[in-house]
Design a protein around this ligand. Sequence first.
Ligand SMILES: [Zn+2]
Length: 440
Amino acid sequence: MKIFNTLTQKKENIDLSKQTLKIYVCGPTVYSELHIGNMRPLILADVLTRYFRHHKIEVKTVVNITDIDDKIILSAKQQNVDEKYISETNIKNYRENQQKLNLLTPTCEPQVTNEIDTILNYIDKLFDLNAAYKSGGNVYFNVKKFSKVYGKLSNQNLEKMNETLDNDKNKKYFADFVLWKNTDGGIKWDSKYGKGRPGWHTQCVAFIEKFLQGFVDIHIGGVDLKFPHHENEIIQKYAYDQKPLANIWMHNGSLNIFGVKMSKSLGNILKIKDFLNNNDPNTLRYIFYKSSYEAPINLNSSLLTEAKTKVAAWDSLFQKVSKNFQIQGIRLQEKNEIDSEIEQAIQDDFNFPNILSEVDKKITEIHTLYKNFEKNVTKLNDCFSKTIYCLKTILGFVFEDVQITTEEKKLYEEWCTKKSEKKYQEADKIRKILIEKSIL
Ligand SMILES: [Zn+2]
């Protein structure tokens, strides 16, 4: 299958006969409750993992959690609590939403505060290699020394970059970034550079080194992380052992609300918790799959309505078909096959819009076959089972298995009897109830 690599700007091959695949996702910073945009790279990684597992590949997925940074410290100060309280509250909330969204549990979710030694070991090696220097109590990475490898991912040239990235006077070069920070406020750890805490950019490379042996098949993150975060990951790894960090770099697009980027200052942050309080988790997956993963999404009322209507219609159709199989006493097949057209769309760089349009065709087919249930029972069983497998197991939607009750079965039989007795008025009354119960 092919996946677009942002670094080479080409679709590249992923060998599905491999035994293992390693995926790394730049995960959330837990300074406040997560918003729906935070879930996009996680859902992308989730679908990839699901699909590779379908091909019997052992997938190792690591997602980091940044549980200490300036925003967490500020938030703790404002609320007069310690940083741990802020991060733990938001992690708890994140876990609940992971579950609601039916996200597979990653192999490992390292948290910065539990891995200070791992990060310090990485910084030590960079320091010993003269890739880092101490200044003003902080430790900085020396970007200039390795400038030839910098900027390829974000397609930028250091010489043409704006030199006023920030006003940190301790840096020797404008693109240098902090590895170890000696700060006034917040929690600090001991190190040979003095008390401090890690900068943001080292954790991912240090975790890939520790948990994924220094190299991943697929590295995932939002497009806004390309620069400087991902450039900083690449350059650190290069300084560390002159090797690449990832085979393929995948970047998901941003998420806008009514055409505007979500931001705290505009007050248009849509928290995942609030979204899920008002909407079925399936609607969020549908919204994400409606666009190519790399494209921006503009969430507006028409997209939300479409998502809600679609997933509700699927659910009602699946209930109807499943209950009818039960009435007829026919077992539904348990497929672990994907329809070939859908699989083609998956293998073409996870082309979500095409996947959804192929799914739509299958839904139409199920409707058509269902109209003549008895004649099409075998075909319907096959098409239904494959479609359900794809939606649930590969795309991660949740549809509850329904069991027909004895009363519902009796009601159905009554309807059949009334029809055969040509008591159409009575049959019609029962028919209405059966429709309400998603049996017809
Ligand atoms: Zn990262």
